[in-house]
Design a binder for this molecule. Structure first.
Ligand code: HEM
Length: 113
C-alpha cells in the first residue's frame, strides 16, 4: 500500500514538472511573437547611438542595426544615424523593395507616437 502511495506521489510530481515546462515554453513563444510589436520611446532609441550598439528609426519601425555594416551593401553608411530617425537617409539612398523586406530581421519594435 505504502509503495502504491509513493508511486502516486511520484507520478503527481512528474506531471507537475511537465506542466511547468509547457507553460514556460508557451510564455517564451508569446514574448517572441510580440517582440516586433513592442512600443519604444525616442528617448530609449537615442541611447543606442554607436556602431557597437545601434538602433535606428525607419518609417516608425525601430531596427537594431548592431553589427550590420559587414553585411550591408552600403557598409557603415547608416552609422551616423544610430540613435536617430534615419527615414530620410534611407529613402534618399538607392534602396529597393527587397531592402525594406529585410526590416523584419532587425525589427525590435515600433516607435511610440
Ligand atoms: C540610415 C540608414 C541607411 C543608409 C544611409 C544606407 C545606405 C545605403 C547605401 C549608400 C547603399 C548603396 C550601396 C551601393 O550600391 O553603392 C545601400 C544599399 C543597400 N542597403 Fe542600405 N542604408 C541604410 C539602411 C539600410 C537598412 C536598414 C537595410 C535593410 C535592413 C538596408 C539594406 C540595403 C540593401 C539590401 C542595399 C543594396 C541595394 C538594394 O538591394 O536595395 N540599408 N544602403
Amino acid at each position: 500500500m505504502k509503495t502504491l502511495i509513493l508511486l502516486l506521489i511520484l507520478g503527481l510530481i512528474v506531471a507537475g514538472c511537465t506542466n511547468t515546462t509547457t507553460t514556460q515554453s508557451n510564455v517564451q513563444e508569446n514574448v517572441s511573437a510580440t517582440a516586433g510589436q513592442k512600443t519604444i520611446t525616442f528617448a530609449e532609441v537615442s541611447k543606442h547611438n554607436s556602431e557597437q550598439d545601434c538602433w535606428v528609426i525607419i518609417k516608425g519601425n525601430v531596427l537594431n542595426l548592431t553589427g550590420f555594416a559587414s553585411k550591408h551593401a552600403g557598409g557603415a553608411a547608416y552609422v551616423p544615424y544610430c540613435g536617430k530617425d534615419a527615414t530620410e537617409a534611407f529613402v534618399n539612398k538607392p534602396h529597393s523593395e527587397k531592402a525594406e523586406s529585410y526590416f523584419t530581421y532587425f525589427m525590435i519594435g515600433k516607435l511610440q507616437n
